[in-house]
Write a protein that binds this ligand. Structure first.
Ligand code: FEO
Ligand code: CA
Ligand code: CA
Ligand code: CA
Length: 729
C-alpha cells in the first residue's frame, strides 16, 4: 500500500497562453433517497408537502438594488466598525472579538440522518455512509429562510432555514482511516466512494433560538440531503443537447451525473442556490496516445482547459475496480477516445463539468440543473443583480492565473412575482441571455464584449476554435474570450454587489506570474517581491487585490463600465507604493478570496493565503467601503499607473476573525436578522505529513486544550453573547 500525496487546492495552472493583451454505516449498497423516504413515515408526509407547494408561494417581495429581493426591513449600515479588531495570530483556534462566541455546527463526517451515528476518529464511517454525512472542505454557503407553512423561501425568517453549502474537494490524509491508499495501482473502492460522496453540496435544515441565538441542525428533516458526484443532473441552456455533451450516460446530451470542485457560490432572486465547478479538470485521466485520435481543435480545447494527453487524475478514481458500484462509475473519469462514437466512451467527460449549477433547496423532487448558457470555465462564484424591470446580470470569475471576469445578462426582465418560482424561474432567466467578458482599460473605463456565435469573429473562421454554434461558444468560453481580447486577471475569485449603490466587487486573489508571463496593466498593476519566513522570495502580485466596477447608467445590461481598485492586500509594513490602501496591523491581509455584502452593506472579506501565513493564519475582515472614484490615480512600486480607492481606516476595515492552523476561511452567510453569521473553515492542518501527525486539531481544539483529534473542515456559527446584530451597534 502506498500513501498518496495530498492534493492542494492552490494549483491554478497557467493554461491561458492566448496572446491577446491581455447509512447504518455498514449498509452494503446504496439506498436511494426515494427508498429512504418511503421508509420514514414523517419523511413521506414532508416530501408530499414539499412537492405540492413547489412554485406556489409567491412572496410579496419587492426587488431592490442588491442580490436578493426582500421585504425584510433591513437594518441600517453602521457609521463605523466598533468591535475590537482581532490580532494576527497563529493559534489553532478561531479567534473573534470580545463579546462574540463561536459554535461548531457541521463538521466533516457529521450525520444528517437519524439512522447514522456520530463521526468517530477511530472508526471512520464507510464510503457509502457519506451519502448521509457532511462532505469535506466546506466552501461557499447560503442561508435560505424557511417559511414553516409554505415550506418555501421566506427571507424574513431567521428562526428556521436551509443552509446550503459546497464541499469543494477533499483532504484524503484525514478522510480515510490511514490516509489514501492504493493497491497494485488501484484505489480501494470504499475509499473512492467515500471521496466521491465527500464532494458536492450539503443542504441542512437548521433552527435558531430567538433568545440565545443558538443554532442547531434538525437532524430528522426531509430537507437534509447531499448532492455528490453521483447525483443525476439536467443540462439546460445553450449547450444542452450539443454533441460536445454526449456521453454513454446520456446519448442525447440532456443529462449528466454529479458536480465537483464546488468552490464559491451564488443565489438567485427566486430562492435557489448556485454552485460552481472550479478545478474540475484535474479529476480526469487522459492517455498519452489520445491526441492521435482527436481533431486539432479538440486537442487545443482540452489543452486550454488544462487536460493534456498523458494527464493522470489527481485522486485516481479511474483506477478503482467496481465491486460495489458498476465499473462504469470509475471508467467515466477516463477522457479517452476508445470507441466509435461519443455515446460509447467518456471522451466528453470533461465537457460535462465547469458549469454553473442551480439547486433548489426546497425542491427535493427535481434534478439540479447545469445552466450552460453561463459558460464553461473554472467557475468560482457568482453574484446576481436583480432590479425590477431590468434584465438580470450574473457576474462570475474564472479562477486561474490570467483568466477572465464574465457577465451573463438574461433576456427576460426581472419580475418580482417570480421570487419563489424555483427551477421554472431558472429556465426563464438563465437559459436565454447573452454572455459577455470584461476588458479593463487603462483610463478606468471598461467594456463588456459579447460572446455570441456569429459576432466578434466567433464563427467557423475563428483561428482559436472553429465555433459552429452557441453551444461551442459557451463550452469553450475561455477560447471565445481569448479571441475577443479580454483582460487577463489575477485569478478572479468571488463577486458581490454593494446593496447601497449596485457596484460590483471581485476578489483577485494573487498571481505569482504577474509581471512575468502576464505583463502588469492598470487593473492588475502590481509586481513586487516579498520574503516568506525571511527565506523564500515571493514574486508577482503576492497579496492580491479587490477590483470594483459600476455599470454605465447603472444598467444591468450596460456594455460599458467604470472601475477602480477598492483594496490592495499587503503587509502593514510594506512600502506605500505596495501597501496602496494604507493597511495597518488592525487590518492587513493577503489573498482575498471569499467576499460578500450582507443586507446592511457591510462587506465581509475572507482569505485563502499562503503568502503571509508565516505571520498569521487566514482571516476574515469586515469593511464599510466607499464608492468608485473616491480615491486617486496611483503609481505602484513597479511603475504601473492604476486607480485606487480611498485609503482605508481602522474604522472602515477591521479584522473580525482569525482561523485555525493551515485553514482557509471561505464561505459566509447570515440569518436575515443579522444575528448569526455562518462561516466555513476549510482544510485545517492541510500541510500535515500524515494522518497520525496532524498539524491542527481543530475543531476539537476550539473547546478542548491538548486535543489529539483529527482536523476536520467545518461550518461555524458566530453570535453575540448579548444576542445583538453582528458588527452592529
Ligand atoms: Fe476554490 Fe478559487 O478557490
Ligand atoms: Ca512576508
Ligand atoms: Ca475560493
Ligand atoms: Ca483560493
Amino acid at each position: 500500500m502506498t500513501q498518496q500525496t495530498p492534493y492542494h487546492e492552490d494549483q491554478e495552472t497557467d493554461n491561458n497562453t492566448s496572446n491577446n493583451t491581455h447509512f447504518d454505516d455498514i449498509l452494503g449498497q446504496y439506498i436511494t433517497r426515494r427508498d429512504l423516504i418511503k421508509k420514514t413515515a414523517s419523511g413521506t408526509i414532508a416530501l408530499a408537502l414539499a412537492a405540492t407547494v413547489t412554485g406556489c408561494a409567491s412572496s410579496q417581495s419587492t426587488a431592490k438594488q442588491g442580490q436578493r429581493s426582500s421585504h425584510l426591513p433591513t437594518a441600517k449600515r453602521p457609521e463605523k466598525l466598533t468591535f475590537q479588531p482581532v490580532a494576527k495570530n497563529k493559534l489553532d483556534l478561531i479567534t473573534v472579538p470580545e463579546g462574540y462566541q463561536v459554535n461548531v455546527l457541521y463538521s466533516l463526517g457529521d450525520s444528517i440522518h437519524p439512522n447514522y451515528g456520530a463521526w468517530d476518529d477511530n472508526n471512520i464511517p464507510s464510503g457509502p455512509s457519506f451519502q448521509f454525512r457532511s462532505g469535506d472542505c466546506h466552501d461557499g454557503i447560503h442561508f435560505f429562510g424557511l417559511n414553516k407553512k409554505t415550506k418555501r423561501l421566506d427571507d424574513t425568517f431567521s428562526e428556521e432555514g436551509l443552509l446550503v453549502m459546497n464541499h469543494e474537494y477533499i483532504n484524503p490524509t484525514f478522510l480515510h482511516a490511514k490516509g489514501p491508499t492504493s493497491v497494485n495501482g488501484h484505489r480501494p473502492e470504499d475509499e473512492v466512494i467515500r471521496e466521491n460522496n465527500a464532494h458536492g453540496v450539503s443542504v441542512i435544515h437548521v433552527k435558531k433560538n430567538e433568545i440565545t441565538q443558538h443554532v442547531e441542525m434538525i437532524k430528522n428533516s426531509v430537507f437534509n440531503r447531499r448532492i455528490t458526484t453521483y447525483t443525476p443532473m439536467d443540462f439546460s441552456g445553450a449547450a444542452a443537447g450539443s454533441p460536445l455533451l454526449v456521453t454513454p450516460y446520456s446519448p442525447k446530451a440532456l443529462k449528466t451525473r454529479g458536480t465537483h470542485n464546488n468552490c464559491g457560490n451564488g443565489y438567485t432572486p427566486w430562492g435557489t442556490y448556485l454552485t460552481t465547478e472550479e478545478n474540475f479538470i484535474g479529476y480526469f485521466q487522459r492517455s498519452s496516445t489520445d491526441d492521435a485520435k482527436r481533431q486539432p481543435h479538440d486537442i487545443a480545447a482540452l489543452k486550454r482547459y488544462g487536460l493534456k494527453a498523458g494527464s493522470s487524475s489527481k485522486y485516481e478514481w479511474d483506477t478503482a475496480i467496481g465491486q460495489i458500484e458498476p465499473q462504469e462509475h470509475y471508467d467515466r473519469w477516463k477522457a479517452n477516445v476508445t470507441a466509435d462514437s461519443a455515446s460509447q466512451d467518456y471522451r466528453n467527460g470533461p465537457n460535462t463539468f465547469g458549469w454553473m449549477v442551480e439547486i433548489d433547496p426546497f425542491d427535493i423532487k427535481h434534478n439540479p440543473v447545469k445552466r450552460t448558457s453561463l459558460g464553461r470555465f473554472a467557475h468560482e462564484d457568482s453574484a446576481c443583480r436583480a432590479v425590477e424591470g431590468m434584465p438580470l446580470a450574473f457576474y462570475m470569475g474564472d479562477d486561474s492565473r490570467g483568466e477572465y471576469i464574465y457577465k451573463f445578462v438574461s433576456q427576460a426582465k426581472w419580475d418580482a412575482k417570480d421570487a419563489n418560482a424555483g427551477y421554472k424561474a431558472g429556465d426563464k432567466y438563465m437559459d436565454k441571455g447573452t454572455l459577455y467578458v470584461a476588458k479593463f482599460n487603462q483610463d478606468g473605463s471598461g467594456q463588456w464584449i459579447e460572446l455570441s456565435y456569429g459576432k466578434n469573429g466567433l464563427d467557423q473562421s475563428n483561428k482559436i476554435y472553429p465555433f459552429s454554434n452557441q453551444a461551442d461558444v459557451v463550452t469553450f468560453a475561455r477560447m471565445a474570450a481569448d479571441s475577443v481580447g479580454a483582460t487577463k486577471m489575477d485569478r478572479p475569485e468571488w463577486c458581490t454587489i454593494n446593496p447601497e449603490n449596485g457596484e460590483i466587487y471581485v476578489t483577485l486573489t494573487n498571481n505569482s506570474n504577474r509581471g512575468k508571463d502576464y505583463p502588469t496593466d492598470a487593473a492588475n498593476p502590481r509586481n513586487y517581491q516579498d520574503l516568506y519566513a525571511d527565506k523564500k522570495t515571493q514574486k508577482g502580485n503576492v497579496n492580491g487585490h479587490v477590483i470594483r466596477f459600476k455599470e454605465q447608467d447603472d444598467k444591468t445590461n450596460a456594455l460599458q463600465f467604470q472601475w477602480d481598485i477598492y483594496l490592495f492586500g499587503a503587509e502593514a509594513s510594506m512600502n506605500a507604493n505596495i501597501n496602496l490602501s494604507g493597511l495597518t496591523d488592525n487590518n492587513d491581509f493577503s489573498s482575498p478570496d471569499g467576499m460578500w455584502f450582507d443586507s446592511r452593506g457591510i462587506l465581509w472579506l475572507q482569505t485563502d493565503d499562503s503568502a503571509y501565513t508565516d505571520v498569521t493564519n487566514c482571516m476574515m475582515l469586515a469593511a464599510l467601503p466607499g464608492y468608485i472614484g473616491d480615491g486617486t490615480v496611483a503609481t505602484t512600486s513597479n511603475g504601473q499607473q492604476t486607480r485606487v480607492g480611498a485609503k482605508v481606516t481602522d474604522d472602515n476595515l477591521r479584522r473580525f476573525l482569525v482561523g485555525p492552523v493551515e485553514a482557509e476561511i471561505t464561505g459566509i452567510t447570515m440569518t436575515p436578522d443579522n444575528k448569526a453569521i455562518f462561516v466555513n473553515i476549510q482544510h485545517p492542518g492541510e500541510e500535515s505529513a500524515s494522518y497520525d501527525k496532524p498539524n491542527s486539531h481543530w475543531p476539537a481544539s476550539q473547546s478542548t486544550a491538548n486535543s489529539s483529534a483529527r482536523p476536520r473542515s467545518a461550518t461555524v456559527v458566530i453570535t453575540r453573547k448579548d444576542g445583538g446584530r453582528i458588527a452592529g451597534n
